[in-house]
Design a protein around this ligand. Structure first.
Ligand SMILES: CC(C)(COP(=O)(O)OP(=O)(O)OC[C@H]1O[C@@H](n2cnc3c(N)ncnc32)[C@H](O)[C@@H]1OP(=O)(O)O)[C@@H](O)C(=O)NCCC(=O)NCCS
Length: 168
């Protein structure tokens, strides 16, 4: 749940069918990962940003519709998903928006799986992510567990973390 003093907001899905929303998701990623954290644009935009590979969620204020954060869900297979590119603009951190985006991603995945029927997708989803080291504690609070050793990704140390999601 978002913090009670968080400004009014909503989380909406974005993909190639909603190019304006998709562009706003990218705008958030540029502000945080390129301008603030100094990753390169070449690394930021990857193979999962091609049409059909991912669903993005956009966090925005209401009623202004000002975008303030995003998260990307990569569909690796029917049962294997990868979460990433999670960011909240600096001025809006510590309102539980990050956690809210993670919960929204989980809800999105479970409802999509339910729509497809468990016969195709199976009863459980495996969700992985590559956490920057400083933020491992955040993902642990979202139910993720560390798997394997730290590794370099895009010039910074990361840790693979995994969580199993099930509607039951
Ligand atoms: C990571 C990020 C999305 C967290 O968003 P946020 O809205 O500030 O976090 P929340 O308010 O939802 O925090 C939820 C909980 O995680 C904790 N938390 C937040 N950041 C944390 C961190 N770096 N380490 C450990 N715990 C953290 C909070 O204290 C809170 O704990 P509580 O529920 O016990 O009170 C945000 O800091 C951000 O955008 N960072 C820059 C981009 C980035 O590094 N993304 C991760 C890429 S791997």
């Amino acid at each position: 749940m978002p913090s009670s003093d968080a400004p009014a907001h909503e989380i909406v899905p974005a993909d190639e069918q909603t190019p304006e929303l998709l562009a706003q998701c990218l705008q958030m990623r540029v502000a945080v990962f390129i301008e603030e954290q100094k990753f390169s644009m070449d690394d930021e935009i990857d193979k999962y940003d091609t049409p059909g590979k991912s669903t993005h969620l956009l966090l925005r204020l209401v009623p202004s519709l000002e975008p303030i954060g995003t998260i990307r869900i990569v569909h690796l297979s029917a049962t294997e998903k990868k979460i990433g590119r999670l960011c909240v603009l600096k001025d809006y951190r510590n309102f539980k928006f990050g956690k809210d985006l993670m919960l929204a991603a989980h809800d999105y995945l479970l409802s999509r799986q339910a729509d497809r029927g468990s016969a195709e997708a199976g009863p459980s989803l495996t969700v992985s992510l590559h956490s920057q080291i400083y933020v491992k504690g955040f993902y642990a609070k979202c139910g993720y567990e560390e798997v394997g050793q730290e590794f370099d990704e895009d010039g910074a140390p990361h840790q693979k973390m995994v969580r199993h999601l099930s509607a039951q």
